[in-house]
Design a protein around this ligand. Structure first.
Ligand code: PLP
Length: 442
């Protein structure tokens, strides 16, 4: 388990140790549609179950197609190990339940995807795990909420709708002072940001978005940075320092470095305990689909970023737009974070405030001809949604404002079409929506 020095474009095609299929020499990664694997003999079987040897046992826990994807994503993120799961939601669930048990708490940024908020505020609470929310505008807010039962920090690198880049190193440094790992959801910024390089211990992805990239497959993963010692403070991380009765009394923080020579107890426990017990594996067919997307993710991210910047430049001067939200448009420290943490661009997400409020926002969406109106991000195609009337429609007007969703706010996920065509579609829709809102007023 060593880190690669190769570049993302190369890792995406050659990362991990897959060169060709050992049985057939096929170059494309085969889909291993199997539930189980023939053991060589009874000793071999016993060794695999006892983790004395690593190898395939059952596809709920591991699969050779998924293995190629896992190694490539780990290398892309600068981590040492990766576990794929059935969705991004499963990845967030596993990330927390791998470190917290009933009575524990973790501290999360307030800037989060709505599905993650539901999971953290309601479902995990019912399991006895408390989420404490910290405003990331000041990293010290995380430190203020720590107590003896705090097990992790959690945040998104590039959360929407605010699109304020998270202070990764600042919060990770605070966490490491207290032996608390930082878990980063890097779904919206693969390739352009590597949170592990800035101190994050774990990265989670919804592979459904930019890495899959074509709107065809749901998937998720957890990448272990291999840079966090789970045994330094034994009381802080009991799940890695107390014998696990479900696995012959294994102490994961000790046994995994002995077996693998690396600090990847987080990934091993997620696989052999959580995948074993909670299920939710990524199907190998879906892993194959995501591998096809992964091969071009570096190329696509360049185009997403360059197109989004052109859209930002165009819309910033447009008479029917009140405000454009993009990581490098923020002023002061928040804008500086984009420069510190992002390399090669600022992502494909753009927020806009259409002049004329809710009606103008709705009309704008309806007037778009090329953009798809969908609840997704990170597709190769350009996408748009009006949160006030869709994803956030159950919120009161105060709650909407707190979530950063103003009445005319539209979220754009800029695709990889030609930038002139993207801009032309936005321009004609803005003209159409302004005419309709003027008619409605008169
Ligand atoms: N994290 C972020 C930032 C997301 O945007 C999403 C989905 O939109 C998820 C996690 C959940 O991913 P999935 O839809 O693959 O379960």
């Amino acid at each position: 388990m060593t880190k690669t020095t190769k570049n993302p474009e190369t890792i995406a095609l050659h990362g991990g140790d897959y060169r060709s299929d050992p049985a057939t020499t096929a170059v494309a990664v085969p889909i291993y549609r199997t539930t189980s694997y023939q053991f060589n003999n009874t000793d071999h079987a016993a060794n695999l179950f006892a983790l004395k040897e690593f190898g395939n046992i059952y596809t709920r826990i591991m699969n050779p197609t998924n293995d190629v994807l896992e190694k490539r994503v780990a290398a892309l993120e600068g981590g040492l190990a990766c576990v794929t799961v059935g969705s991004g939601q499963a990845a967030s669930t596993f990330a927390i339940t791998n470190v917290c048990q009933s009575g524990d708490n973790f501290i999360s940024s307030t800037d989060l995807y709505g599905g993650t908020v539901n999971l953290f505020t309601h479902t995990l609470k019912k399991l006895g795990i408390e989420c404490r929310y910290a405003d990331p505008s000041d990293p010290k807010n995380f430190e203020k909420l720590i107590d003896d039962r705090t097990r992790a920090f959690y945040a998104e690198t590039l959360p929407n709708p605010y699109l304020r880049v998270f202070p990764i190193k600042e919060v990770s440094d605070i966490g490491r002072k207290h032996n608390i790992p930082l878990i980063m959801d890097n779904t919206a910024s693969p390739v352009i940001c590597k949170p592990i390089e800035h101190g994050a211990a774990v990265v989670v992805h919804s592979l459904t978005k930019y890495i899959g990239g074509h709107g065809t497959v749901i998937g998720g993963c957890l990448v272990d940075g291999g840079n966090f010692d789970w045994t330094t403070d034994k009381k802080r991380q009991p799940l890695f320092n107390e014998p696990d009765a479900s696995y012959g009394g294994a102490i994961w923080g000790e046994v995994v470095p002995q077996l693998t020579g690396a600090n990847v107890a987080f990934a091993v426990r997620a696989r052999v305990v959580l995948l074993r017990d909670l299920g939710a594996p990524l199907a190998p067919d879906n892993a194959f689909g995501i591998i096809q997307g992964l091969e071009t993710v570096a190329l696509r991210m360049k185009q997403h970023c360059s197109n989004a910047q052109k859209v930002v430049d165009f819309l910033s001067k447009h008479k029917n737009i009140d405000r454009v939200i993009y990581p490098n448009v923020h002023e002061g420290e928040i804008g500086d974070r984009a420069k510190r943490y992002f390399k090669g661009g600022n992502g494909g997400l753009v927020g806009i405030e259409v002049k004329g409020g809710v009606e103008a926002g709705k009309k704008f969406i309806e007037a778009l001809k090329m953009f798809y109106h969908v609840a997704n991000i990170g597709d190769a195609r350009s996408l748009a949604i009006h949160p006030a009337t869709t994803t956030h429609s159950q919120l009161t007007s105060d709650e909407l404002l707190a979530a950063g969703v103003t009445p005319g706010y539209v979220r754009l996920s800029i695709g990889i079409e030609h930038p002139d065509d993207i801009i032309a579609d936005l321009d004609q829709a803005l003209t159409a929506s302004s005419k309709t809102s003027l008619k409605a007023v008169s």
